[in-house]
Write a protein that binds this ligand. Sequence first.
Ligand SMILES: N[C@@H](CCC(=O)N[C@@H](CS)C(=O)NCC(=O)O)C(=O)O
Length: 216
Amino acid sequence: MKLFSFPGSPNALRSRAVAFELDLPVEIVDLDMMAGENRSPEFLAINPNGKVPALVDGDFVVWESRAINAYLAALAPEKNLNPADPRTRATVEQWSNWQAIHFGPAIQAVGFERIQKKLFGMGEPDEAAIAGQLKTVADLLPILEAALAGKQWIAGELSVADFALATNFILRGPARLGIEAYPSITAWIERVEALPSWQKAIAPWRAMMQSRGVEV
Ligand SMILES: N[C@@H](CCC(=O)N[C@@H](CS)C(=O)NCC(=O)O)C(=O)O
């Protein structure tokens, strides 16, 4: 199996971490996105969106990080990262969708404005541009905090939903997300970061950010 990735991509990190957690024989293929390799005809034939991650397993192709993770989890059901029990599965889906549709886009907008824009020479941060997203983040963090209170993982046991959510916190320091005010989120993200799979998956991202002067 080949997982097309890019060291600087939080979405690819989400699938790298799940592949490593499941200990599956996945070959990581890093595209040089700076050189536009994600727009090559070869890669567009795999993912017409030109985005990573994308997974190729023989003659089967799947893209979108959460779909990739559901597929990977189904290949190693004994690891129970996407539990079959209807209620637990629904809870996993609930948080994965919440992350994809509500929380993720707001956090990503803040990270882009405060960190990535400068990093890629796209101008100075514009706080006014992210007022709406900051309000969304401020509204949503207490919901996640309440859900994690007294829990190790968002759906009880470690699941793909934890990996879906965790990638939104990787820039929490430099993006000044104010997570310190949320003890359950803080303890949870530290648990994720202690996973060997996460440490292996995030190493290339951290190296790339640090090489560009971002302390993460
Ligand atoms: N919803 C997609 C998002 C994928 C995505 O936006 N990937 C970014 C890297 S983090 C990308 O490949 N961007 C390249 C481009 O848009 O040209 C997922 O979860 O997999």
